[in-house]
Design a protein. Structure first.
Length: 133
């Protein structure tokens, strides 16, 4: 794509954001859906689908939002963004009225982060012990 085409896509995304900010997510949905369908990078597709889910959620359709977010969570191309996706999923449950599920998901996110931090600390300690004097 040319630089002009890239800037046009960026501008379309900003229009989608503006519709959400103006409280009209219905008008943002086709913009983000089109951006997701025409994304040339994984990052652009992830951002478009996440924003599509947010617009669907804001419109009062958490099921559609969860469908998009679950797809992102299952797609290994986006594995580096799973924590971010899981927060969006929990938030969607929360705003959709399923507070119990949201709390469970938020706690899993916290537990996973604490486990990862603990594992990294243990690994660093072992590395230091292996290096020894």
């Amino acid at each position: 794509r040319t630089k002009d085409e890239e800037q046009a896509l960026e501008a379309r995304g900003r229009i989608g954001y503006a519709w959400i900010e103006l409280g009209d997510p219905r008008r943002a949905i086709p913009i983000f859906a089109d951006l997701a369908d025409n994304a040339v990078t994984y990052s652009a597709r992830y951002n478009a689908l996440t924003n599509l889910a947010r617009a669907q959620r804001d419109l009062g359709n958490p099921e559609a939002a969860l469908g998009n977010l679950d797809g992102l969570e299952q797609d290994e191309r986006f594995s580096d963004r799973i924590p971010e996706t899981r927060v969006e999923i929990a938030h969607t449950h929360e705003l959709g009225g399923d507070t119990s599920q949201a709390i469970l998901l938020y706690q899993e996110i916290i537990d996973d982060a604490e486990f990862a931090r603990s594992a990294a600390t243990r690994q660093a300690t072992r590395r230091d012990e292996d290096d020894g004097p």
